[in-house]
Design a protein around this ligand. Structure first.
Ligand code: MN
Length: 251
């Protein structure tokens, strides 16, 4: 039976990254695209429960949803592809890296989380945009990693967070399995005044250049490697259990 792959993203159905991903994966199986009808970056693992959702079929196997990336995976798996669930879910290619702490905000990674919760192997693929936007490099990387996942499988409750440096394929330094690193931003709040005299606030902030920890996603991508981080759904800090267990409680 032909491999079925569900593709989604958080940059929206019309983003360049998802188009490039579709091109790169064409040989790997039957593709179904279910993506938000507009940009949903930094939407995290948000599921729409307070209003109805609409699915629009744009062309055969291409759907938009007026919701979040998580909604897209949920509706894709449980409705659009309900007669035969996908063998793999791939989210991306995000315009911008999802490194270190970024993953808690990321709609791209959350979509892969959702697939993992539904018991389907999943990848999140992001291009760490510098200047040139080499989506074709990331697309080729996605195809290679997806092929390995279909061949070997991945451990349960785990997704792969893949980050690709923004450079031509020939200039990649290689593939590395990495740990989740740290990322610091300058926490900027821009205050301004709207045409009606009311104040508004815009959250921004640039990535700060810092010393990235050795062996982490951010460090390896900076050095030109494709970074592949296995992310676990268990968010427990196991090292913190012991000190907390020593606290004394009133009952
Ligand atoms: Mn995005």
């Amino acid at each position: 039976m032909r491999t079925k792959i569900l593709i989604t993203n958080d940059d929206g159905f019309y983003a360049l990254g998802i188009k490039e991903l579709e091109v790169g994966l064409a040989g790997l199986g039957e593709l179904t695209i279910v993506a938000p009808d507009r940009e949903q970056s930094a939407s995290g693992h948000s599921l729409t429960l307070q209003h109805p959702l609409r699915i629009n079929e744009r062309s055969p196997n291409h759907y938009t949803v007026d919701g979040t990336p998580t909604d897209c995976v949920f509706l894709g798996v449980n409705h659009i592809m309900r007669t035969r669930r996908p063998d793999l879910v791939i989210s991306g290619i995000n315009r911008g890296g999802n490194l270190g702490d970024d993953i808690t905000y990321s709609g791209t990674v959350a979509a892969a989380f959702e697939a993992t919760l539904l018991g389907i192997p999943a990848l999140a693929v992001s291009l760490d945009i510098a200047r040139e936007h080499h989506f074709s490099t990331a697309s080729r990387v996605a195809c290679e990693v997806a092929g390995k996942v279909l061949e070997h499988g991945i451990p349960v409750d785990t997704l792969l967070n893949v980050n690709v440096p923004d450079r031509p394929w020939e200039k990649l330094a290689g593939f590395r399995i990495t740990r989740q690193g740290k990322r610091s931003y300058s926490d900027v709040v821009r205050e301004n005044v709207d045409p009606r005299g009311r104040h508004y606030y815009w959250i921004g902030g640039e990535v700060m250049q810092g010393e990235d920890l050795k062996g982490t996603d951010a460090a390896l991508v900076r050095d030109g490697f494709v970074s592949i981080t296995p992310i676990h759904l268990d968010l427990t800090n196991h090292q913190a259990l012991e000190p907390l267990e020593n606290w004394e409680w009133s009952c």
